[in-house]
Every structure is written in C-alpha cells, then in structure tokens.
Design a protein around this ligand. Structure first.
Ligand SMILES: Cc1cc2nc3c(=O)[nH]c(=O)nc-3n(C[C@H](O)[C@H](O)[C@H](O)COP(=O)(O)OP(=O)(O)OC[C@H]3O[C@@H](n4cnc5c(N)ncnc54)[C@H](O)[C@@H]3O)c2cc1C
Length: 470
C-alpha cells in the first residue's frame, strides 16, 4: 500500500468504494475502475508534480506568462497511457469523449480538484472543457475539425470571452461588444476582461460573446457567439488581473480590447442571435465540474486540517490540537458539510444525465451556491488550525481560499442564482397559503364535529385585577 494513498486510520479505502450509496446504481464498473485510477494518478503523480509546476513557472511576470511548464506534458503522456483523457464530455451528448456520464465524471472531478496540474494533465481543465462542449454541441464540421480536434488532443488551449469591465456582466443582456457583418467577415469592437486562460501562449482560440443585433426587440436574441483565432489583427491583451494578488500564471485572466477585429463569417457558431442559448448550454455542466472540484478542494483542506491537529510538535497549552474539543467539533462539522454538499452535486449530475442542463436548472443553481460556501468554511477552519502558517505560502490553503472565493462570483454571482431559486420557490406561495387556510378551516370544522370549540390550545383569557379562571 502506497503511503500516498492511505486515507483512513487503517489503510486505504479506494475512491470507488467511497462512492456514496445513493450514486452507486448509476456508476458503471468501467467508471468505478477509472475513478480508482484517477485517484491514484492525482495522489501519486499530480500532487507531487504541483511543486515542480510552480518552480518551472519562473519568477518574473514575463517568464510566468511565457511558460509552459514541461512537467505538464510529462503528466499528459502518463494520463493518456492510463486512459485518463477527456473524461468530461458526457456520453449522452457527445461521441468524442471517454464515454462517461456527468455523474461518473463528477466523481472523478472531485479528485482532479485536489491538484493544480491534474485537470490539465487529463485534458479536463476549464475553460477548455466548456469551450469544447460548445464547439462539439453547436459547431459545424469545419469548426470542429479546425478547433475541436486540437483541443480534444490537448495541443492548444482556449478562452471564453463574455465579461466586460464597463457593464454589469452577470446580466449577459448588458454585453456591449459589437459583431457586425461586413461581406464575408464579421468585425468585432469592444473590450473584455476576466478572459481566463488567455495568458497561456498555447491559447489559440477565443469563444466570444457579443451583439449582432442590439435593436432586436427580444433582448435574448441580440447576442451571438463567434470563434476568434488569437492571431486576428486588432486584439490587444493589456494586462492580467490578479485574484487576491495571485496571477494564476500561465493561465491568467486577461483584460483585452478588440479594435476592428475581422474574422471569417464562417466562424459564427450556430447563427446570429443564438448566443444566449449557447452560453446557457455551456454553463450548465461546467458548474457541476467546478462544484465537484471544489468538493475535492474541501477534502484536501480537511486532510491538511487533520494533519495539523495531529502534529506532535505543535502543542498549544500543553496539548496537541486534536485534544482541544473545539477542533474535533470543527472536523466533524466539516465532514458533515462536505458529505452533504457532495450528495447535492451528485444529485444535480444525475438530473443532468436524466434530462439535460435545462432540466436540472434548480439543482445546478443549488450546488452553485452551496458548494463554495462549504468549501470556504472548511478551508477557513484549516487555515485557523495552522495559525500564521495557514495564511502564508507554506501551505496551499491561502491559495485555495483565494480560488474558492472566486467561485461565489464566476459563472454568475450567488445573488443571481439565489434570486432565481427564490423566485421559483415563491411561485408555490399562493397555493400554499390557500392550502394552509383550507386545512385550518377543515380543522375547525372537525373540532366542531367532535365537540370542541375552535380555540387556540394555549387559550388563557386571564384578566388583570379580576378573578379570571382558567
Ligand atoms: C477568477 C475569475 C475568472 C473568471 N473567468 C471568466 C472567463 O473566463 N470568462 C468570462 O467571460 N468571465 C469570467 N469571469 C467573470 C465572471 O463571470 C463575472 O465576474 C461574473 O459573472 C459577475 O459579473 P461582474 O463582475 O460584471 O459583476 P456585476 O454583474 O457587476 O455584479 C456585481 C455584484 O452585484 C451583485 N448582483 C448582481 N446581480 C444581482 C442580483 N440580481 N441581485 C442582487 N445582487 C446582484 C452581486 O453581489 C455581484 O457580485 C471570471 C471572474 C473571476 C473572478
């Protein structure tokens, strides 16, 4: 038994054995075997390789954004040999993937989330996953051969450009970038930011949302998605945005302008006015991927937490931390919250598998809000147990907290999902009011029938200064 795999006090229980009971009937034997392989690959290869990845990136901004750490290619070769490649493309919708369901990949994504390098090593990294889904689902044959094939092969990378600095982009109807037809081309003007992945020198294709018809009376038909090669003239990447000071190199989050950028008309995806439909489809399964990777992050934080409270060198007030009851309570709460959040994500994945992302809108929104909350709580507890080391570069926790915090904003902030969920839930309000009133009426009638008056059971009627009787 490899010590890198041990995850219980008396040995190792494999990832497949730990699949929650509720999910087991939906997991094939092949997926269970692959899940064990993913766990082994992540724990034994990727997590140790994360340290090399960081060193190979270099120090200066110029170096870090010119880098393609060679360890990634070594890991990719190993992953392919193990058959761990493109597991994210669900078998129900795509023939190009590894043939797993959203649920099966969700279980695997949890382990990928524990390492900086694992998702890319298996060609399951965002934003490529969502972009590949877009091209596979909505692209034509020519677009697929030109862009999807090299993406599926891990030869190039991609970015998704929707958010703009000058408008509230959580409402995508606000997007202002213009896409105007001019002969056999479209011409793009405007600016984007938070263009994740655009810093990587291998990022060759941008999936861009803009407006082809800002006068359309249907505000959901104004937008279109177009594929823009990174070599198109007129694109300037001005800077990279940091996340709590982290540059996320070489991936990066770019602030980009488009100045009369001309692309062939054949690069339009699905047709003018179909942009909203495309981004809705893109964000569904992607949210599940994020959520499952976040569950993996929370598990990793709990592992670091456990390691710290069992560190014999650290005995505040004469006792190791696990002897201080408050720490064990925090461990227990973390266990409960992670397990509950995982069930919610797997439930959403099963729902997507049964219908599609649209049919699972409620469940996806639930986990989009719940999982980052749980993840941040668990990481925060682990940070606290480490004291000063917890917020420093000596543990991965500070970086994990920064990454985890962005999940309450990316793919739409919490409030948008909560509003949607709240509105839908509230649609039942009138019906429930009527039902409760009807039940009360019927209760009163039944009381009368059985000889009781319809009074409150705590009825007292005590009068001050009088001789009120009970
Ligand atoms: C690390 C990171 C990576 C990202 N990667 C990408 C990427 O690759 N491509 C891309 O296009 N974008 C990306 N984004 C952008 C992200 O999707 C947006 O930041 C997000 O959609 C919110 O849009 P906004 O920043 O314009 O905020 P705004 O829309 O201005 O919203 C600001 C705040 O207003 C509040 N708010 C919004 N709506 C409501 C409401 N209905 N009710 C109450 N309050 C509300 C919320 O608190 C919200 O946080 C990334 C962001 C981060 C942080």
């Amino acid at each position: 038994m490899s010590e890198l795999l041990a995850n219980s006090h008396n040995g190792h229980i494999t990832a497949a054995q730990r699949i929650p009971v509720i999910a087991r009937p939906f997991v094939s034997e092949r997926a269970a075997r692959t899940l064990d392989l993913v766990e082994k690959f992540v724990e034994e290869e990727c997590i140790p390789a994360d340290a090399v990845f960081t060193r190979q990136l270099g120090e200066t901004t110029q170096q870090r954004f010119a880098a393609h750490p060679p360890i990634i290619e070594d890991l990719k070769t190993k992953a392919r040999q193990l058959g761990l490649w493109n597991m994210f493309l669900p078998k129900s919708h795509f023939k190009e993937g590894a043939g797993f369901s959203n649920l099966e990949y969700g279980l695997m994504a949890e382990y990928l989330g524990k390492s900086r390098t694992a998702s890319e090593a298996t060609n399951c990294a965002a934003p490529d996953t969502g972009n590949m889904e877009v091209i596979a689902k909505y692209g034509n044959e020519q677009q697929k051969r030109r862009w999807l094939d090299p993406l599926l092969d891990g030869k190039i990378r991609s970015a998704f450009l929707m958010t703009e600095p000058q408008v509230a982009s959580s409402d995508a109807t606000n997007i202002e970038m213009t896409i105007k037809r001019d002969g056999d081309s479209y011409v793009l003007n405007g600016q984007k930011w938070w263009s994740s992945g655009i810093g990587d020198p291998r990022c060759e294709i941008y999936v861009v949302l803009g407006k082809t018809d800002s006068n359309n009376s249907d505000k959901y038909k104004q937008q279109s998605v177009i594929l823009v090669p990174h070599t198109a003239l007129g694109i300037t990447i001005h800077r990279m945005l940091s996340v709590f000071g982290y540059d996320d190199a070489p991936h990066g989050h770019g602030h980009v302008t488009f100045n009369n950028v001309r692309v062939p008309a054949a690069n339009m995806v699905l047709g003018e006015g179909r942009g909203f439909e495309i981004i809705q489809g893109r964000l569904g399964p992607g949210r599940i991927h994020h959520a499952m990777r976040s569950i993996g992050q929370a598990e990793k934080a709990l592992e670091w937490f456990l390691a710290r409270i069992n560190d014999e060198r650290k005995k505040p007030f004469g006792e190791m931390l696990h002897k201080h009851g408050v720490m064990l309570e925090r461990v227990a709460r973390s266990r409960i919250e992670i397990d509950a959040a995982r069930l919610a994500v797997l439930n959403a994945a099963i729902k997507i598998d049964e219908s599609d992302a649209k049919g699972a809108r409620k469940e996806i929104a639930e986990v989009k809000v719940l999982v980052p909350e749980v993840n941040l709580k668990v990481i925060d507890r682990a940070i606290q147990a480490y004291g000063g080391a917890g917020v420093s570069q000596d543990t991965p926790l500070a970086n994990m907290y920064a990454q985890g915090r962005t999940m309450r904003i990316v793919d739409g902030p919490d409030e948008v999902h909560l509003l949607q969920l709240g509105r839908n839930e509230n649609k039942r309000g009138k019906a429930h009011k009527a039902r409760i009133e009807a039940q009360t009426r019927k209760g009163n009638e039944l009381c009368a029938k059985y000889g009781f008056d319809a009074r409150d059971p705590l009825y007292l009627n005590r009068q001050s200064g009088g001789k009120g009787k009970l």
